[in-house]
Design a protein around this ligand. Structure first.
Ligand code: SF4
Ligand code: SF4
Length: 396
């Protein structure tokens, strides 16, 4: 970057109370989040600093609680992500922008006409009542999506409601809420969709993806699309389970679980026992929450004592029928058998009771297949339905 431009950018950082050192550190964490070496940080820094060349973006709100916008607002002030968001050409973000009415609509029109923009959608697509379940600027939300999405370079669906319909699509779903991918597919709109589930979306992921898409040009060369899984989620964020990276994992393997109503419940929780018996959906939920964490990396659900309720679970292509709420409730009840290496689908407490915590840990950690198969042979397993029918409403 030219000396003059660098000085100007450093001034911009200083005006927001951000040091160059903090900025470079943040660029390193964005690189790590995107699955790149931290050596790549200077290139990310240069791209961010050259923000004037950005592709514009429109942030549209549909069936939502505005929690994802609120989550974005908590990235920190002053903080590096705020600087990044300031630099992005977000030409429309109705919940937070100053413009309103005709002026706001003119911003949308001008951006769409100019082309080369990215469409960010927060909230579910409301198909009920011929689309009248959600109206904006005198038209239905469906009209808005039908008109804008085909012209966008890509759509980023932020938060579980945009990905699979989320809470809004929970049974019986009278408003016909569904996810963006499923809706666009039903209309034959082929614009690529990048799905970022969780409720709300993690702002660090959004900033990292915007850096990748808008600053690094990975949309233009198509490389970002090769990093998506079959649900349209970036693999570097959604490639491993919560359980894989959970600090309570050792307790799980030792068969040490916090249990509702147990006389030692509080002590077990404080000691870091596993929350699986409390309904933790970590084994079947693919996100890197334990690594990136929440609230400016302060903590995350399991660390603060709550089981993961599976808000990162999504089935984007099933739309409203694949929403994470229906898939994960009852939240505080064990819902699935867990697949352990060399053992298959079992309830972990069953293993703990049958072969003892230390033996279970040994089996899982060292993966001695023959021993594992022999030791667990004949151990009864519970399926989700059998378990829920017995417990009705959760472990109490
Ligand atoms: S079940 Fe939940 S609390 Fe237990 S180790 Fe897995 S992710 Fe962590
Ligand atoms: S830990 Fe689970 S419930 Fe918490 S944000 Fe991540 S996916 Fe959602």
């Amino acid at each position: 970057m030219a000396q003059e431009a660098r000085a100007e950018f450093n001034e911009l950082l200083a005006a927001r109370g951000v040091s160059r050192r903090d900025f470079m550190k943040y660029c390193g964490s964005v690189a790590a989040l995107l699955g790149m070496s931290e050596m790549y940080a200077p290139q990310i820094a240069s791209a961010i600093a050259a923000g004037s060349k950005l592709q514009p973006a429109l942030w549209m709100a549909h069936g939502l609680c505005t929690g994802c916008t609120e989550s974005m607002a908590q990235v920190g002030k002053p903080d590096v992500p705020t600087v990044v968001l300031d630099l992005l050409s977000l030409n429309y973000w109705e919940t937070v922008m100053a413009a309103a009415g005709d002026q706001a609509e003119a911003n949308v029109k001008a951006t769409v006409e100019a082309g080369g923009f990215v469409l960010i959608i927060e909230g579910s697509v409301m198909t009920g009542f011929d689309g009248n379940a959600f109206r904006v600027a005198g038209k239905t939300g469906l009209d808005e999506i039908n008109e804008i999405a085909p012209k966008a370079l890509a759509v980023i669906a932020v938060g579980s409601c945009a990905v699979d319909g989320g809470w809004v699509a929970g049974d019986p779903n009278p408003a016909g809420a569904t996810g963006v991918s499923a809706y666009l597919k039903s209309k034959g709109i082929k614009t690529p969709v990048i799905n970022l589930p969780t409720c709300p979306v993690n702002p660090e992921w959004v900033v990292a993806i915007l850096v990748d898409v808008l600053l690094e040009g990975k949309l233009a060369d198509g490389s970002i699309l090769k990093t998506l899984d079959d649900q349209g989620r970036p693999k570097m964020i959604f490639g491993s389970t919560i359980h894989d990276n959970c600090p309570r994992r050792g307790r799980f393997e030792n068969g040490q679980f916090v249990k509702f109503g147990s006389p030692t419940q509080a002590a077990d929780e404080a000691a870091g026992f596993c929350l699986y018996e409390m309904g933790c959906k970590g084994p079947q939920t693919y996100t890197n929450c334990p690594l990136v964490r929440w609230n400016r990396s302060l903590s995350w659900c399991v660390e603060s004592g709550s089981p993961c309720i599976g808000c990162g679970t999504a089935d984007a292509l099933k739309g409203g029928k694949g929403n994470w709420v229906d898939a994960s409730t009852p939240f505080l009840s064990r819902s699935n058998n867990v697949r352990l290496p060399f053992i298959g689908g079992v309830q972990p407490s069953t293993i703990g009771a049958a072969i003892g915590g230390v033996a279970a840990a040994g089996l899982v950690v060292h993966g001695i297949a023959s021993v594992a198969k022999g030791r667990v042979k004949g151990v009864p397993t519970e399926t989700e339905k059998v378990h829920d029918a017995k417990k009705k409403g959760g472990d109490k």
